[in-house]
Ligand binder design. Structure first.
Ligand code: ATP
Length: 453
């Protein structure tokens, strides 16, 4: 491979991974040779090589091969003469892997921050308002009032987003602050590397020299005895110096299995806040915010009324899934050049909708509706056409259409083998009524909440 080819690949990678990642990880790579399908690069540290290999290896391979360079494997090597960069504060700063922003804190061991994860882009609702308020409070700096701040909650609910937002905010307010964000896995990795390279003193010094330490997904170190031990000492040393610590996990400290009791109790000493599962309003808020963010990129795309509400109702798993669904929908609609309608969303997001379908079934809807209107289930499904039964049936059909991904014929079959046009008519009728009949609108909302609970 020529340097020119590598230059082209670097340009592509710059676009693919973003400027921050590029500067931290790709720029320091020096192409050495291509030998029998193996591309070798010189790197300033083993840490950088391993990180690049794990996090960007696939993309580098893809772009090399895309440029016509036949490469099956990548190798990263520290040049013989250049000793691995000692991990001590204020060491040589020229080949830094993971700095956050200016000023140059390149000796710090943290992972890069995602520029999109700021307080501005974080949507606040009932389920996360306490966590958000605590994060804001910590980000303001000033005297440390609760240490650590412990954020926990299920997958994709915004723990990492909030931690990055704190780091961004702190770096903006106090550029000299030594803020380190990393995952517990990276902490362990650095620790093991320090043992292997006999640099434990440097490791200890380095972690004790930070002003703010954030460790994401701390449950990862459960059961890893020596990493826990080291984490415990680091934690104590920083708390003793009154340095802020922020920790996240997928559950409360007391519930993390195989975590030493002394660590659990330490983690519980500060403020422990929970990010609750999202509710409908928060999901809708996130969708609206994301749509605004996409407007620039997808100029001219139209979203029909009710689509966002439908997604917020139907995808109740987590924000990551919700975001992914919206992104896919926009990409798909712009590809086919169509307005984003309910039908398009159902076509394009079938798998995601089916996955969240597990929660609400047509049968559950029928049960709840018959209870709500105090009619027999057999009547709801059966042939009777009196208004007191036909209207609840239409409500049930409407909910089945909007809360499950069943098709109209499938719904019809579950309502005593009715034709899909009957279902369509029922859904349309309720759609009209809910705008003019407050009772129907209220029934729908109550039933929806009961079904989602
Ligand atoms: N309240 C919110 N407002 C805006 N975006 C959010 C919100 N909550 C989560 N997100 C987005 O959802 C995605 C997942 O969030 P994040 O990575 O912070 O989750 P997490 O709780 O750390 O999950 P995991 O435990 O899987 O790492 C991110 O893209 C994030 O920006």
């Amino acid at each position: 491979m020529t340097n020119e080819e590598w230059g082209k690949v670097r340009n592509k990678l710059q676009k693919a991974v973003g400027q921050n990642n590029y500067t931290s990880w790709i720029e320091p790579l020096e192409f050495a040779e291509l030998d029998g399908g193996v591309a070798r690069f010189l790197v300033p540290t083993n840490f950088l090589g391993n990180w690049v290999s794990q996090n960007f290896g696939d993309q580098i391979l893809k772009h090399l091969n895309g440029e016509g360079v036949k490469v099956a494997r990548l190798e990263f090597k520290v040049p013989e003469k250049a000793k691995p960069r000692p991990v001590v504060p204020n060491a040589d700063k020229t080949a830094a892997p993971a700095t956050i922003t200016k000023p140059d804190h390149s000796d710090l061991p943290g992972a890069p921050l995602d520029a999109r994860f700021t307080f501005d882009s974080f949507v606040v609702g009932k389920p996360n308002e306490l966590a958000h308020a605590a994060a804001r409070r910590v980000a303001e700096g000033g005297p440390v009032t609760f240490n650590p701040l412990f954020l926990y909650g299920g997958v994709g609910l915004g723990k990492t987003h909030l931690m990055h937002a704190i780091a961004h905010e702190m770096k903006t307010r106090q550029p000299d602050l030594r803020v380190v964000y990393l995952s517990a896995e990276q902490f362990m990795y650095r620790f093991v590397q320090a043992i292997r390279e006999k640099q434990m003193i440097d490791f200890k010094q380095l972690f004790r020299s930070v002003d703010v330490l954030m460790v994401d997904d701390v449950q990862f170190i459960a059961g890893k005895d020596s990493t826990q031990e080291e984490f415990f000492h680091t934690f104590n040393a920083l708390v003793d110096q009154n340095k802020q610590i922020i920790i996240s996990a997928d559950r409360a400290p007391g519930e993390i299995k195989d975590l030493e009791d002394r660590i659990k109790s330490r983690l519980q000493c500060g403020l422990v806040v929970d990010l609750h599962p999202t509710d409908y309003e928060l999901r809708l808020g996130v969708l609206q915010t994301k749509v605004n963010a996409y407007r620039e990129q997808y100029k001219g795309l139209v979203i029909a009324d009710g689509v966002l509400e439908y997604l917020a109702h139907r995808i109740s798993t987590n924000v990551r899934v919700l975001e992914g669904a919206l992104m896919r929908l926009f990409a798909f609609a712009s590809l086919v050049g169509r307005e984003i309608t309910l039908e398009l969303a159902q076509d394009c997001l079938g798998d995601i909708l089916r996955a969240s379908d597990r929660k609400v079934t047509v049968e559950e809807i029928q049960r709840k509706v018959s209870e709500h209107y105090n009619i027999r289930l057999s009547d709801l499904i059966g042939p009777r056409r009196v208004r007191t039964i036909a209207r609840p049936r239409q409500v049930a059909m409407y909910l089945a259409k909007h809360m499950t991904s069943r098709s109209l014929p499938e719904i019809g079959r579950r309502f005593g083998g009715r034709d899909h046009t009957t279902v369509m008519h029922g859904v349309k009728r309720i759609d009209e009524l809910k705008g003019i009949d407050d009772q129907i609108a209220e029934d729908l909302e109550l039933l929806r909440r009961a079904l989602e609970a």
